[in-house]
Design a protein around this ligand. Structure first.
Ligand code: PMP
Length: 395
């Protein structure tokens, strides 16, 4: 065991008994290179983060330029910092008028924490409606609206008055009522097994929220920034949320999250009391500079077509015995295999062949694929065929 791995296993807090344990040397484009000289094709993008691949030159350049100007200067919301203001402008320029204010945080779960607090403050209500098999993060508020008991039970009591309803089932809509502060949902459930919402059902949820005065929070932490073919998946669904949570691919590889809403709703954060939601590092200038370069680059390319190409190729190549279904939209694909044993064998075999596949938290027979959106067609074609061979070999 190398000195580094010894320190990793002894002193870095572990989240399972079976970490992947790759000893990283460097990562560039679609590949991760390890200390033992091997290279791996990263078909999961660090779990839907590296949409422009690893170390995109525009992102690296923006980070370097900001490093020469300033790092942290003050807690959130006090000083005018160029990278923050410029990025907020660029981001809101892409959004509907009702999503014109951005609150920057450091991660996905923090974005949802802020969104939940904002909804409570604005509506004066505290009931939440969330979905079975959802995932919104691991801090207490986000965990409270995450729909899987196995992760929730050890940490109870969590937030009270959270009600879980079935995804894609109109029967639960009556749970949204005049006491509801907000409905929080992923337009495509990620950890739940890559399950897209039905378009009509989503429109019904929007309508029910409008009727009852409940806010609608879309967690687009995983689906955002062209991952599913449109910049945000609410644009595909043609349903505008009241609050939008973002993170993951937002920072181009830097830690960055945000929740976005209207100026009217955000007024609530200024008063009773002032400074009632603050953060030291949210909107860090280096992360904002990286996020700005990341978004500018995404907007200048045809990543919508790239995401669609990934989906089309996956649906075309990944067929046959052992594969029950190929789900998802754009570059967010779930490969439903016959059972968990086959899934493990396929993931192991592909790893031996130098391809990193993903898993999901709530489903052990699903392989998740979220390639960098810069991936070349030939490389993807070869990788998908390797997956297909692996399934055939063990099915
Ligand atoms: N929401 C969704 C939909 C996610 O997929 C994730 C991360 N898997 C989170 C929230 C939490 O994000 P983070 O890990 O940055 O806290």
């Amino acid at each position: 065991m190398s000195e580094l791995s010894d320190s990793f296993y002894k002193h870095v807090a572990q989240t399972s008994d079976f970490p992947m344990g790759l000893e990283i040397d460097h990562a560039e484009g679609c590949h991760i290179h390890t200390k033992d000289g091997k290279s791996y094709l990263d078909l999961i993008s660090g779990i839907a983060v590296s949409s422009l691949g690893h170390r995109h030159p525009n992102v690296i350049d923006a980070i370097k330029k900001q490093l020469d100007k300033h790092l942290h200067v003050m807690v959130y919301g006090e000083y005018i910092q160029e990278p923050q203001s410029r990025f907020a402008q660029l981001l809101t320029d892409q959004l509907p008028d009702s999503l014109d204010r951005v609150y920057f945080v450091n991660s996905g779960t923090e974005a949802n924490e802020g969104a939940l607090k904002l909804a409570k403050k604005y509506t004066g209500r505290h009931k939440f409606v969330a979905f079975k098999n959802s995932y919104h993060g691991d801090t207490h508020g986000s965990l409270s609206v995450t729909g899987r008991d196995v992760y929730r039970n050890p940490y109870k009591p969590l937030l009270p008055d959270v009600h879980f309803i079935d995804f894609n089932d109109p029967a639960g809509l009556s749970m949204i009522d005049e006491k509801t502060a907000a409905v929080i949902m992923e337009p495509i459930q990620g950890e739940g097994g890559v399950i897209p919402a039905d378009k009509e059902w989503l429109k019904q949820i929007r309508k029910r929220c409008d009727e009852t005065g409940a806010l609608l929070i879309f967690d687009e932490i995983q689906t955002g920034f062209f991952r599913t073919g449109s910049l945000f998946s609410f644009q595909y669904y043609d349903v505008i949320p009241d609050i939008l949570s973002l993170a993951k691919a937002m920072g181009g590889g830097m830690p960055m999250g945000a929740f976005v809403s209207s100026s009217e709703i955000f007024e609530e954060f200024k008063h009773n009391p002032p400074l009632n939601h603050v953060t030291t590092f949210g909107g860090h200038p280096v992360c904002c500079a990286a996020a700005h370069a990341n978004l500018e680059t995404l907007l200048s390319g045809d990543f919508s077509s790239k995401a669609k190409m990934i989906e089309e190729m996956a649906r075309e190549i990944l067929i046959g015995d052992g594969i029950d279904e190929v789900r998802g939209r754009g570059g967010m694909i779930g490969l439903q295999l016959r059972d968990s044993d086959l899934t493990q064998k396929v993931v192991d075999e592909c790893f031996k062949e130098g391809i990193i596949l993903g898993w999901t938290l709530h489903s052990n027979s699903l392989v998740r694929i979220a390639p960098p959106l810069i991936i070349e067609q030939d490389l993807l074609n070869d990788a998908l065929h390797t997956i297909q061979f692996a399934v055939q070999k063990f099915a």
